[in-house]
Design a protein around this ligand. Structure first.
Ligand code: MRU
Length: 349
C-alpha cells in the first residue's frame, strides 16, 4: 500500500508528492501549522487525503497544546480549525473532516471530558476517518469496476488514486478493482497541466501496480477518442453539489464534453464525504486560484515571457448533464442527481 500519510508517535509522515516520481521522500509534520503548510504546498493533495490530513493536524494541535484545561484549550481549538480550513477552498472533504472533529469536540465539552480524554478522542476520530477512507475506496472500487469495459482504454484526469486518499484511490480504485476483476484495462493518463498530477503521480502509482499506462498530453484526448482508443472515462471529484455538478481538477470539464461528443461514458468516483448537499449547484462551488508560478515555471525554469497575464484556476465544474454516473461507497447514482443524491442521503445517511 502506498504510504500517502501515516501517523507515527512523532507526528504525521507524508510522502512528498511534489518530488514524485523522481524521488520518494517523506516529510514529518509535528504540529498543525506544518500540516497546514504541507496541504497548501501540495506535499499532500487530493480531496480525501486533505480531509484526513486536516483531522490529524487538529489531533497534533490538541496533543501539543500548552493549555492546562479544556476551557483554556477551547479558543486554541477554534484557531487550529480555522488555520486548517483556510488552506484550500474547493475540496469539501477538508471542511467535512474539520466539522466532524468540531462536532465531536462540542459533544466532549458538554459531557465534561478532560483535556486528556479530548486529545485521545480526537486522535481516535482521525484514525477512524483514515480507516473509513480506505474502506470507502475499496467499496466504490467494487461498484465502479463492474461498470468498466472488459477490455480497452480508460482515460483518467489528474490523480484520484492511492496518493489522493489514504489508500487504493477513488477513480484509480475503480480501475484497480476492474483489473482485480480480470478486466484488461489500459489506462490513458492525462498529464494534467500545470501541476502534472497525471504524468507524475497517476503514472507512478499505476506502474507500481503493474497496470498498463500511457501518459498523454491534455490536448491529445479528443484525437484518441476519435480513434476509438478510449472506452470509458473515470475521474475523481473535489466537491459534488446537490444537483450533481462536479468540481474536479482543471481540465475535467473539457474531457467530459469530449466524452459526450464521442458517446463515451464519463464516470465520477468519490466518497460520500465529497458530496455537498448544502451547495445547490456548481456555480456556488469556490474555485481555488493557485500561484501563477505553477503556470509560468516548470522545475524552476521559466516558460513564459516576463509580465505576461496568467490565470491558474485549480479546478473546474463539470455540469451534471455530462456525468453518466456517480460512483460512491453507498452505490452508483444516476441522473436526475438532485433526486438520487437526496434519496441516497436519506436512505444511507
Ligand atoms: O489539486 P489536487 O491535486 O489536490 O486536485 C486533486 C483532484 O482534482 C482529484 O481528482 C480529486 O481531489 C479527487 S482525489 C480522490
Amino acid at each position: 500500500m502506498i504510504p500517502t500519510l501515516t501517523w507515527t508517535p512523532e507526528g504525521v509522515r507524508f510522502l512528498d508528492q511534489t518530488r514524485l516520481p523522481l524521488e520518494e521522500s517523506y516529510v514529518l509534520a509535528t504540529n498543525y501549522e506544518q500540516v497546514a503548510e504541507i496541504i497548501v504546498t501540495m506535499v499532500v493533495r487530493g480531496a480525501p487525503a486533505i480531509g484526513v490530513s486536516a483531522a490529524y493536524g487538529i489531533a497534533l494541535g490538541a496533543l501539543h497544546t500548552e493549555a492546562k484545561t479544556v476551557q483554556e484549550f477551547a479558543p486554541e481549538f477554534e484557531q487550529i480549525c480555522k488555520r486548517l480550513a483556510g488552506t484550500r477552498p474547493t475540496a469539501v472533504n477538508l471542511f467535512w473532516a474539520i466539522d466532524r472533529i468540531k462536532v465531536l469536540f462540542a459533544k466532549l465539552l458538554s459531557s465534561g471530558a478532560t483535556l486528556a480524554q479530548i486529545q485521545e478522542r480526537i486522535l481516535a476520530e482521525a484514525h477512524a476517518m483514515y480507516d473509513e477512507d480506505i474502506a470507502a475506496c475499496k467499496t466504490m472500487g467494487a461498484f465502479g469496476g463492474a461498470l468498466l469495459p472488459e477490455d480497452g482504454g480508460v482515460l483518467t484526469h489528474c490523480n484520484a488514486g492511492a496518493l489522493a486518499t489514504c489508500g487504493y484511490g477513488t477513480a484509480l480504485g475503480v480501475i484497480r478493482a476492474a483489473v482485480e476483476q480480470g478486466k484488461q484495462i489500459h489506462v490513458y493518463a492525462d498529464e494534467t497541466r500545470p501541476f502534472l498530477q497525471g504524468a507524475r503521480l497517476t503514472a507512478w502509482e499505476l506502474m507500481a501496480d503493474g497496470i498498463p499506462t500511457t501518459v498523454i498530453c491534455d490536448n491529445m484526448a479528443a484525437s484518441l477518442m476519435r480513434a476509438g482508443k478510449i472506452k470509458a472515462v473515470v475521474v475523481g471529484a473535489d466537491r459534488i453539489a446537490a444537483n450533481g455538478d462536479t468540481a474536479n481538477k482543471i481540465g475535467t470539464y473539457n474531457v467530459a464534453i469530449l466524452a459526450k461528443e464521442h458517446g463515451i461514458p464519463f464516470y465520477v468516483a468519490a466518497p460520500w464525504s465529497t458530496i455537498d448537499l448544502a451547495t445547490p449547484n456548481g456555480d456556488a462551488i469556490p474555485i481555488e486560484e493557485r500561484p501563477q508560478a505553477e503556470v509560468t515555471h516548470h522545475a524552476g525554469k521559466q516558460l513564459t515571457p516576463n509580465g505576461v497575464g496568467v490565470c491558474n484556476p485549480a479546478f473546474d465544474v463539470t455540469p451534471a448533464k455530462y456525468v453518466t454516473a456517480i460512483i460512491t461507497e453507498r452505490g452508483v447514482l444516476r441522473a436526475p442527481y438532485t433526486a438520487s443524491l437526496r434519496e441516497m442521503e436519506t436512505v444511507a445517511g
